[in-house]
Design a binder for this molecule. Structure first.
Ligand code: WQD
Length: 319
């Protein structure tokens, strides 16, 4: 049994590859290196190429005897997806179609899909369960939701066994060399302000939450990787299609995250309060019962661990 991890040289993908190598699961990575780095893949073969390249996928699956796919390769910037929806539909959906075609023709029926809490849009509930109808607010979120629909249709049509894993707010690093190279989310954006000697920005202080700032469910990338491993194992053991949230099941406000960043870095994190960012929901926190019951998975790393490992990786990359 060999697992192919697309996007395996990226932030999340490289953590999944690492977790599989450490678990002695046979694994290879495929990545177009548009944002990933070849040096992030250690202990596994790396095929450099795109999920839009059907013949390359066919060859890779045949040559390496691939029996299951973890599909993480995708574009993931919400704002960019609003400006360039065609790029997102091409990369995220044409990429998925191409990959599923290769899987189907090679008889590969085990498929783990990187989905997102962005499929939910503005959920008006305390804890978001997987059955809440998704109304995504961006082309990015749409490509993830439509991707789930496509896999569901493939399950019906030809027996694809998929697991859609909806990530909440991923943070942290297992080791410095695997830290997030992008500066698109709250924690790295705060680090950047601190390094520049500027005040971190808080987007909106008038949300209907206890401290007025948005609440999110931050989850350590090493926990995300562990959940993928659990999903792959379950599919190897015959599991049927399922869709799961991956989060901690607990919310932290922007100000609470800032507080932890202040403790970890020892820096002054006094923020600058600025206007709301359009489209930000007040609260998005995962219900995690389904993944606990279905895969036996529980996230174990807390926010302090996420911030400390993210900060360590940030510093290491800039030394
Ligand atoms: C978190 C909170 C901001 C920066 C996005 C995608 C989601 C997923 C994760 C991919 C929000 C606030 C941020 C700053 C701030 N991506 N903030 N000051 O928007 O919850 O989720 O990334 O799958 O799909 O939508 O994450 O880290 O951008 O923001 O106040 O400098 O921090 O307004 O409330 P978000 P985020």
């Amino acid at each position: 049994m060999t697992w192919l991890v697309t996007g395996g040289a990226g932030y999340i993908g490289a953590h999944v590859v690492r977790a599989m190598v450490e678990d002695a699961t046979s694994v290879i990575a495929l990545d177009d290196l548009s944002t990933g780095g070849a040096d992030r893949v250690q202990g596994a073969a790396l095929v450099v190429g795109s999920v839009l390249d059907g013949p390359l996928l066919d060859r890779t699956i045949a040559e390496h005897g691939v029996t299951g796919v973890v599909h993480i390769a995708a574009k993931k910037q919400v704002g960019e997806s609003v400006e360039d929806p065609l790029k997102y539909y091409r990369e995220n959906l044409s990429g998925l179609v191409t990959l599923l075609e290769s899987c189907r023709s090679a008889g590969v029926d085990r498929f783990v899909f990187s989905s997102s809490a962005a499929t939910y849009g503005l959920p008006d509930v305390d804890l978001v369960t997987e059955d809440i109808p998704g109304v995504p607010l961006s082309p990015y979120g749409e490509t993830k939701l439509v991707g789930e629909w496509l896999m569901r249709d493939c399950a019906t049509a030809f027996g694809l066994r998929y697991m859609a894993l909806r990530y909440f707010n991923v943070a942290g690093a297992a080791t410095d060399d695997l830290a997030d190279p992008g500066v698109f989310n709250l924690i790295p954006m705060v680090f950047r302000e601190l390094e520049a000697g500027s005040r971190p920005k808080v987007f909106g202080i008038d949300y209907p939450t206890p401290d007025g700032t948005c609440i999110r469910d931050y989850v350590h990338v090493a926990d995300i990787a562990a959940a993928h491993l659990a999903a792959a194992r379950a599919l190897d053991d015959g599991a049927q299609p399922a869709t799961y949230n991956i989060g901690c099941g607990e919310g932290s406000s922007v100000l609470e995250v800032l507080d932890v960043i202040g403790q970890v870095t020892g820096r002054d994190v006094t923020p600058e309060f600025v206007a709301r960012r359009p489209g930000d929901p007040a609260r998005v926190v995962a219900a995690v019962d389904s993944i606990r019951d279905g895969l036996g998975f529980i996230a174990t790393r807390d926010l302090e661990d996420m911030v400390a490992t993210a900060w360590s990786g940030w510093r290491a990359a800039r030394d």
